[in-house]
Structures are given as structure tokens and as C-alpha cells.
Design a protein around this ligand. Structure first.
Ligand code: GLU
Length: 317
């Protein structure tokens, strides 16, 4: 009995020690802010809608794949052995790096690969140059790329600097907000901080609709996503198709409100290369007719709705 008592006491002494006090934190962490974030740096001109983005040059008859007519832009690209395509690798589902394979994939990538298929008879003959939204025009002006296929809207202002193909996709500007926010429309953004990538069409349109909006400009759309998640901005505004790609990455986000404006995506082509415009228009017409456009749409964009059809160009000659 005595032994049992001693044992109990000893055990109690062993297990009954004071829990260590939690130490005060020695450092606090603030979430990292994406580099190169600027607030209200510029007022962008509102989109100038005095031209028709669907109006373009009539396609040439497509030559046999791999056999380009001499002295053409396409023959020069063929001679080099690869098509140099400017795009982004963070615009899911248009162009992004697949984390499993490391390959660059998406809707824009497949459009670019169809252009390469027509030139080389092989869709793999492409070399990608990664561009931010703000880099697109300069890349075309300096001929560092053959084409830009990067959710690039055909606008009257951009047409002064570069050529565009016929539209190959039509998007609509909308708003991405936190699921529990009360933001429902552009008016709810008055006086608020809203993010967009630098050099995009949505900035000027939103500033026109809501003059008191405070635009926060970043290099990539992924940076805008981070700022929204950290509460540094209340919304992101750009094309619905790009917003859908961001919303898919975070269940706490939602795309809200009606369309604020229409965006016609075209393949950007350096100025002076009308032969390339006609050639790319021929590729777009052929993939529309043979069902490949629909296949590409179904593969990457069916989340936006199954009924979508390729936009109809208007040929001006
Ligand atoms: N479609 C818009 C534009 O061309 C946004 C696209 C983007 O940032 O990639 O400005």
C-alpha cells in the first residue's frame, strides 16, 4: 500500500510539470508585395472606338504547308526555321507554363501553333519570347517577335503602331472581387484601389467609367491576384476570360457585374507586313471552317460556355 502511494506520488511528480509558456514572437511577417507595383501612375486615354476591329485584309489562298512564296515575310520566317511568338506564361488559360510538363500551353499558344503549322507543316516550330502586357507593342515595333499572340485587343490606338489579324476571340471587360465583398458593378469601385496589369485596355475604360478609381498597376495578372488576396486592392478588372483564369485559382473570388466593354483579340503583327496579315487571316479562316478553332476553344475555354463560335471578320478589300 505504502509502495503504491510512493509510486503514485512519483508518477504524479513526473507528469505534473508546468506547460512551457509560449514565447513572444521574435519577428513579424508582412505578406510580400509583388515587385514593381505602382498606384495611380497615369490616366490612360479611354478606348477610342472610332475604328472597326473586325475590319481586316482579305486572306490569301493558303500555300501548301511548308512551301512559302519567295520574298514574303512567311518565306523569311520559314528560312529561319521557327516562328518567334511573343506571349505571356502567366495567363491561364491563354498561355501558361504547365507545371507538370514544363510546356507552354493554352488557347493563344494553340493559335500560334496553327500559324507555325501553316508555315512549316509542323506546329512545333515555335520559339516563345515572354512578354508582359506593356511589352507587346514595343516587341512588334522592334521586330523582336514575328507575332504577338497574347490576349491582345485590337484597338484604334494600337493600330497606329502595329498591324492586327482578324479577331480570333471576343472578350468582355468585367470585375473580379472577393466572394464576400459587396462589389457588384463599376460604380462600387468609386474611390477604391483596383488592380490591372500595366499597358492594358481595361485601365482607360475603368478610369472613364469611374473617374475616382485608384488604379494599381502591376507587371503581371498574377501580381494583381496576390494584391487582391492580401486586401491591398478591392478588385481586379480586365477581360472576363483572363479573370476566369484567375478565379479558378482561388475559390474565394468571383467575377461580378455586367460587361463593361468588348475586347476583340487579334494576332499582333509588325507594321508593313500586310502579306503576314493576309496569311494569318487565311489560317484563322481555315481553322474556323475545319473545326480546329472550336476544338481549341473546347479544350481551353469551355468553362466560359460551350456555345461560343469564332468571331466573323469583315474583309475591307
Ligand atoms: N485584352 C487586354 C489588352 O490587350 C488585356 C490583355 C492582357 O493583359 O494580356 O490590353
Amino acid at each position: 500500500m505504502v509502495l503504491l502511494g510512493v509510486l503514485t506520488l512519483t508518477l504524479a511528480a513526473c507528469v505534473k510539470f508546468a506547460a512551457p509558456q509560449s514565447l513572444p514572437p521574435t519577428a513579424t511577417a508582412t505578406p510580400p508585395t509583388p515587385a514593381d507595383v505602382e498606384t495611380n501612375v497615369s490616366r490612360e486615354p479611354p478606348p477610342n472606338e472610332s475604328c472597326n476591329p473586325s475590319l481586316t485584309l482579305r486572306p490569301t489562298e493558303l500555300p501548301e504547308a511548308g512551301k512559302m512564296a519567295p520574298n514574303t515575310t512567311m518565306a523569311a520566317i520559314h528560312g529561319r526555321g521557327r516562328l518567334i511568338v511573343g506571349l505571356d506564361i502567366g495567363s491561364n488559360p491563354f498561355s501558361f507554363r504547365d507545371p507538370l510538363s514544363g510546356d507552354i500551353k493554352g488557347f493563344d499558344v494553340d493559335i500560334a501553333r496553327e500559324i507555325a503549322r501553316a508555315i512549316f507543316n509542323s506546329p512545333d516550330r515555335v520559339e516563345y519570347r515572354v512578354l508582359s502586357s506593356a511589352d507587346r507593342i514595343e516587341a512588334l515595333r522592334s521586330n523582336t517577335v514575328d507575332v504577338v499572340v497574347k490576349t491582345m485587343s485590337i484597338t484604334c490606338d494600337r493600330m497606329r503602331d502595329v498591324n492586327f489579324s482578324a479577331p480570333y476571340y471576343v472578350a468582355s471587360q468585367r470585375i473580379l472581387a472577393l466572394r464576400d465583398s459587396t462589389i457588384e458593378d463599376a460604380e462600387d469601385l468609386a474611390g477604391q484601389r483596383v488592380c490591372a496589369a500595366r499597358g492594358v485596355t481595361s485601365i482607360g475604360r475603368l478610369q472613364q467609367l469611374v473617374p475616382s478609381v485608384k488604379m494599381v498597376e502591376t507587371t503581371t495578372w498574377a501580381d494583381c491576384l496576390v494584391l487582391l488576396q492580401q486586401g491591398e486592392v478591392v478588385a481586379v478588372s480586365t477581360d472576363d476570360a483572363i479573370l476566369a483564369g484567375l478565379a479558378i485559382q482561388d475559390p474565394w473570388l468571383k467575377v461580378v457585374g455586367p460587361g463593361l466593354g468588348t475586347e476583340y483579340y487579334g494576332v499582333g503583327i509588325p507594321r508593313g507586313q500586310d502579306d503576314m496579315v493576309r496569311f494569318v487571316n487565311a489560317v484563322l479562316a481555315s481553322i474556323t471552317v475545319n473545326g480546329r478553332w472550336q476544338q481549341i476553344y473546347n479544350e481551353w475555354l469551355s468553362v466560359l460556355g460551350p456555345q461560343y463560335i469564332a468571331p466573323q471578320p469583315i474583309y475591307r478589300d
